[in-house]
Design a protein around this ligand. Structure first.
Ligand code: ATP
Ligand code: MG
Length: 773
């Protein structure tokens, strides 16, 4: 194999194949590259692909690694076990979960966040817990945290001794876990914890995997939690041919229990470890790298690393502060538009990164306005849509009757007139007789005082039994078609006739496409396609999976989602104290383990995604959870040395000081054709940008305007709306919709419109230019 594409240290990482190896290195230094080359090298050295395991953090990374291996070796990558932690555990549990002796069978269900919430609601109801006082969310977090630390319900109970609050949590945890088990279901954290339990419990299974996985590699090791660490330790067994790569400066999943000490103390866990440090960055220009280095240097709890590059300094980091998140979003969209128009980049070269998903909405609107193709990675997941969850619940019921949540979801879809009282009676009967909900339904006739409902229930169970028979004989896609047919699901949507119904039908079609694709893929991989297999596939699609590099669009995603990726142009939006770092992190103070340092690592991750151009933006004012907040420039921006930055890096003025506002400068925003002068052109000098950013607070769009005065008596103008809640309005891009809500924002109105076939959009009246129809 040609190792000339690697530097000496990287080559050392590739060639040191025996014993524990830790590659501790900064961003963009080629860690992932070393791992892929290492797998290829192992195969060349005669190691059977079957004996190699590589764990990545996302499904996307897994796929990419497979491709890279194929490119290098040209064969054999199929046999290598390349998967995320969760997918690996699913595979192990599908095969051996019966050995746990807890009643799990291989057709188990995986609960997503929504399912867990539903289950928790039931648990709280059953335990008569006042969820106004004790939030379901909090219980779920406590349980997740316990599972990430491998604390079982029993152990949790022991630890709770005497502590009233913890005892309540322990009771909830026990009940929640018991119900998961009854439903033959695992939540995401269970996947890891139960696999660990299995490997600890069953020496034969452990021996089988120790023998199978002769070489294990873990990427993004800094983000493993205690359970994942234990899993790796059990899998590798005594041979310890374990190579982990990571960057302590990029540990950003503490809230999911990631334990940065897994990497910092690797040498203590594995005393014979060979440690390799990579210090040359191949990704970014000098200025970007220096900015990243300067920011992360403010963290106390880190191993000192000196990252350098041979690349030239390149452009300075562009920083712009705006008055509102609207202007910020406009700027980003128009900036991308002009970069692409000038032929400097393709859309796919650009990524917009933000701290919270909620920020995507405005940016999305501006992208539409500018006609820029974009894709939001994360956010509302295809699989969280109602119609998809309905069909999947049918499939889950057919596949695994133990899944009470799924059964209860569809018992009245379509409407069968089975009321809440009946459902409670069935649930009670199920619990008294140790049955699951579906089994209780099958015994409906024996349930006291159930009356006429029994025949309605029979209609439902007959359908499910029929579908079960079909499932045995037919393909998954045929089964889906049968479900749609038998329930009149699509027929009803068609009858509804609205654009929203049409969109739902399209989503269902998409699910069918997915089923067909699954059957084909499974066939290609020599696996027998099955309903369980399909549901597993669906359950493990992380949001990031919807990101296909080959398509030409701008990606919008959270900073967390961007880990491991790289783009020529990166925009970091919402660089504000109060948002990034968030309020909680600011009040958390400093110190090595603080939230503030975790946020700073996230900033470091963001900056180091950029190859050539990095733009950071912030807004003085933005709405967060319906509340207008005023923010200063993020301290992370200020931590970058001045000489590396261009743009308007001055202290913000108080928001209500508009005394210098020149009325009328606002015209840069009036682009009736959708194109026109870009906002960027108005940022010539510092002074000019001050004027422009302030002036753009004045919204004067629309024919009828009224003047209102702000605190200082400065006149600003506000649109008078000629439509009200319930009226039909039209919009240049989204076409027609119904006004759902209007909130007086002082200087403007925030209007919520449900656009036909597009859905709910919130917009400022002055920008939206809605016309009453
Ligand atoms: P991160 O910390 O963000 O996960 P990383 O350390 O995994 O980054 P890679 O993604 O492996 O870094 O590499 C970063 C970039 O540098 C990639 O584009 C890669 O192809 C390139 N690169 C790595 N090593 C070399 C090398 N020796 N010569 C040329 N380019 C390299
Ligand atoms: Mg990497």
């Amino acid at each position: 194999m040609d190792l000339s594409m690697l530097n000496d240290k990287q080559r050392e990482g590739v060639e040191t194949i025996n014993g524990p190896v830790l590659i501790l290195a900064g961003a963009g230094s080629g860690k992932t590259r070393v791992l892929t080359h290492r797998v290829a090298y192992l195969i060349e050295q005669g190691v059977m692909p079957y004996n190699i395991m590589a764990i990545t953090f996302t499904n996307k990374a897994a796929r990419e690694m497979r491709e890279r291996i194929d490119n290098i070796v040209g064969f054999g990558s199929d046999g290598v076990w390349v998967a995320t932690f969760h997918a690996s555990c699913v595979r192990i549990l599908r095969r051996f979960c019966e050995n746990l002796g807890q009643g799990y069978t291989s057709n188990f269900t995986i609960y997503d966040t929504d399912d867990c919430k539903t289950l928790m609601k039931e648990v709280c109801k059953y335990l008569q817990i006042d969820t106004k006082q004790f939030k379901e969310r909090t219980f779920l977090n406590v349980i997740s945290d316990a599972k990430n630390k491998l604390i079982t319900p029993e152990e949790f109970t022991n630890r709770a001794m005497g502590d009233f609050n913890m005892s309540r949590q322990a009771t909830v945890y026990r009940e929640y876990q018991a119900r998961l088990r009854q439903n033959n279901a695992f939540d995401f954290d269970d996947l890891i914890m139960k696999t660990v339990e299995l490997l600890r419990l069953d020496g034969d299974v452990r021996a089988y995997y120790n023998d199978k996985f002769k070489y294990i590699m873990v990427d993004e090791y800094q983000d493993t939690n205690a359970a994942q660490f234990e899993l790796v330790r059990l899998l590798i067994g005594g041979q310890q041919n374990l190579c982990v790569v990571g960057d302590d400066d990029q540990s950003i999943y503490k809230f999911r229990g990631a334990d940065i000490y897994n990497i910092l103390n690797f040498e203590q866990h594995f005393p014979s470890a060979h440690v390799i440090k990579l210090e040359q960055n191949y990704r970014s220009t000098g200025n970007i790298l220096n900015a990243a280095n300067a920011v992360i240097a403010n963290n106390e709890g880190r191993k000192e690393k000196a990252l350098w590059t041979e690349a030239e300094d390149g452009d300075k980091i562009q920083f712009q502060q705006f008055d509102s998140a609207y202007e910020e979003a406009s700027y980003i969209a128009s900036n991308i538009g002009s970069v692409v128009r000038r032929g400097e980049a393709d859309y796919r070269d650009c990524a917009v990164l933000y701290r919270t998903n909620a920020q995507s909405r405005l940016i999305e609107e501006k992208m539409i306005y500018e006609g820029i193709p974009y894709k939001i990675v994360g956010g509302v997941n295809f699989y969280s849509r109602k119609e998809i969850k309905d069909v999947l619940a049918y499939l889950k019921t057919v596949d695994n009757g133990n899944d009470d949540i799924a059964v209860q979801r569809i018992i009245n879809i379509p409407k069968r007139g089975i009321g809440a009282t009946t459902i409670t009676k069935v649930s009670d009967y199920a619990r008294e007789h140790g049955l699951n909900f579906y089994e209780a339904l099958l015994h409906a006739n024996d349930i006291p005082s159930i009356g006429k409902a029994a025949s309605k229930i029979k209609g439902f169970t007959d359908l499910i039994e029929k579908l079960k028979r079909i499932a045995v004989e037919e393909s998954v896609s045929a089964l889906v078609e049968e479900i749609l047919d038998q329930t009149d699901y699509v027929a009803e949507l068609k009858a509804e006739g609205t654009d929203e119904a049409k969109a739902r039908i399209e989503n269902i079609d998409e699910l069918l496409t997915k089923a067909v694709a699954y059957e084909k893929d499974a066939g290609d991989d020599g696996e027998e396609p099955s309903l369980s297999g399909f549901l597993e596939d669906v359950a493990l699609v992380a949001d990031i999976d919807s990101y296909e590099e080959s398509d030409n669009y701008v990606v919008l995603m959270t900073l967390h989602g961007a880990k491991g990726l790289e783009f020529p142009y990166v925009y970091m939006a919402g660089m504000e104290d109060g948002l990034f770092p968030g309020q909680a992190a600011i009040f958390d103070g400093g110190g090595a383990d603080s939230e503030l340092e975790e946020e700073r690592r996230l900033a470091y991750v963001g900056i180091t995604r950029a190859k050539q151009h990095l733009t950071m933006t912030s807004a003085r004012m933005r709405m967060i959870r319906g509340e207008t907040q005023f923010h200063k420039i993020s301290r992370f921006v200020k931590e970058i040395p001045d000489e590396l930055v261009k743009g308007n890096l001055w202290e913000p003025k108080p928001m209500d000081d508009y005394s210098s506002t020149p009325i009328g400068e606002y015209s840069v925003y009036q682009r009736p054709t959708g194109k026109g002068p870009t906002i960027a052109t108005s940022y010539g000098s510092r002074n000019e940008s001050v004027r422009n950013t302030y002036s753009s607070n004045v919204y004067t769009v629309g024919s009828s305007t009224t003047a209102v005065a702000n605190k200082n008596g400065t006149k600003i103008e506000k649109t008078t709306l000629d439509y009200g809640i319930g009226d039909r309005v039209s919009h240049i891009k989204f076409k027609e919709g119904t006004v759902k809500d209007i909130i007086d924002e002082g200087r403007d109105y925030e209007v919520t419109v449900d656009f036909d076939g597009v859905g709910i959009k919130k917009m400022f009246a002055s920008f939206a230019k809605l016309k009453k129809v």
